[in-house]
Ligand binder design. Structure first.
Ligand SMILES: NC(=O)c1ccc[n+]([C@@H]2O[C@H](COP(=O)([O-])OP(=O)(O)OC[C@H]3O[C@@H](n4cnc5c(N)ncnc54)[C@H](OP(=O)(O)O)[C@@H]3O)[C@@H](O)[C@H]2O)c1
Ligand SMILES: *[C@@H]1O[C@H](CO)[C@@H](O)[C@H](O)[C@H]1NC(C)=O
Length: 334
């Protein structure tokens, strides 16, 4: 009886603390959105592609850049899910379904499955045919700790989607980004890169598969890709930066099994301690649109500030070798 009371009191106290913390965070968020409002309209006339824009961080970034009047292309693998997200976003923001008149900001859906090089190529072909310019590319889509799976082209899924798909996508769009310069590439990585390593002897995890390692490896690849491409893009007017968003309440954990009984607790913890998608997307939005980072390239950001990388994130020899191998893997070089 007494024990139950203690547990109840502890739960109640904890709950109140969490609620207090949430109010605190909400107050901070209100301040930030005032800052964002000042920048409304600053993406007028700019075209932005966001991969994985139907969910989580990508969806939040799409909403904010639309508020800044960008033309946003949602590059998504499932047309149904993407059209639904687009409908919701248009309603939320009061956008017209067709541009023109009083309507500012424009939202388009295009199919892109990063687990298929064929799909990446046809997506880019359509963009190159239809879009006269491209100001920002946000490589945001990602898959996290899935069971062992292969992409259409036989790559380990996390390396294939998070790194190789985006590698080909970016390379095929580089010409358009250059002709639209000054333009920007934003890459969404993760702090978990620190547990990864580019093990060139088994990039497809055929010898052994560890889903945490494979995720970390793909996120380290995002960082090395950014640094190598920044070097190649010097003096082109195209910048590329990489970020970690923090821990954010999104659908990323879909492959993680949480026992039924632990789910309410997990929901409570994530509600109290994880960032909301809009909070998590702040650094992506900042790197995509802020005048403060005009001309900045090859850097790693968190919470809208530059951060230092571990030596494995700045190994330029590994970055170069990864670039060369990736070119062969995606068929850019035979
Ligand atoms: N959430 C976090 O705490 C956290 C922390 C660090 C880094 N990140 C990074 O943040 C990025 C965004 O993730 P999120 O948290 O917003 O997760 P999310 O809600 O699961 O969104 C991921 C997006 O990627 C898309 N995607 C997955 N596989 C794809 C494929 N083969 N082709 C095209 N799109 C694909 C998903 O499409 P579907 O909806 O169709 O599946 C979805 O739109 C990821 O790169 C992730 O690594 C997130
Ligand atoms: C899997 O990889 C993670 C991250 O690199 C590591 O911490 C863990 O020990 C590995 N697990 C096994 C079973 O090797």
């Amino acid at each position: 009886m007494a024990a139950t009371a203690v547990v109840l009191a502890a739960a109640l106290g904890g709950g109140l603390l969490l609620i207090a913390r949430r109010f605190w965070a909400a107050a901070g968020k209100a301040k930030r959105s005032v800052a964002a409002a000042a920048a409304a309209g600053q993406m007028e006339g700019k075209t932005v592609i966001i991969t994985g824009a139907n969910s989580g961080l990508g969806r939040a970034a799409a909403a904010e850049l639309l508020r800044q009047h960008a033309r946003v292309i949602m590059a998504c693998r499932d047309r149904g899910r993407a059209e639904e997200a687009a409908r919701e976003l248009r309603a939320e923001l009061g956008l017209c379904s067709r541009g023109g008149g009083e309507c500012r900001g424009e939202l388009l859906v295009r199919e892109l499955d990063l687990a298929s090089l064929r799909s990446v190529r046809s997506f880019c072909q359509q963009v190159l045919q239809e879009e006269p310019r491209l100001d920002v590319l946000i490589n945001n889509a990602g898959i996290f700790q899935c069971p062992y799976m292969k992409t259409e082209d036989g790559f380990e899924m996390q390396f294939g989607v998070n790194h190789l798909g985006h590698f080909l996508l970016t390379n095929l769009l580089l010409g358009l980004l250059k002709s639209s310069a000054p333009s920007r590439i934003v890459v969404v990585s993760s702090k978990l890169y620190k547990y990864g390593e580019i093990n060139f002897d088994d990039l497809n995890s055929e010898l052994s598969y560890n889903k945490s390692f494979a995720y970390s490896r793909s996120k380290l690849a995002n960082i090395l890709f950014t640094r190598e491409l920044a070097r190649r893009l010097e003096s082109t007017g195209v910048t590329i930066n990489v970020l970690h968003p923090g821990i954010v309440r999104t659908n990323l954990g879909r492959h993680i099994h949480i026992p039924l009984l632990a789910r309410p607790l997990f929901t409570l913890v994530s509600w109290a301690f994880f960032k909301s998608p809009l909070e998590g997307a702040q650094t992506s939005i900042y790197l995509a649109s802020s005048p403060e980072v005009e001309g900045v390239s090859g850097k790693y950001f968190g919470d809208c500030k530059e951060e230092q990388l571990l030596p494995k994130g700045t190994d330029d020899l590994v970055a170069r070798k990864l670039w060369d191998i990736s070119e062969v893997m995606v068929g850019l070089l035979k």
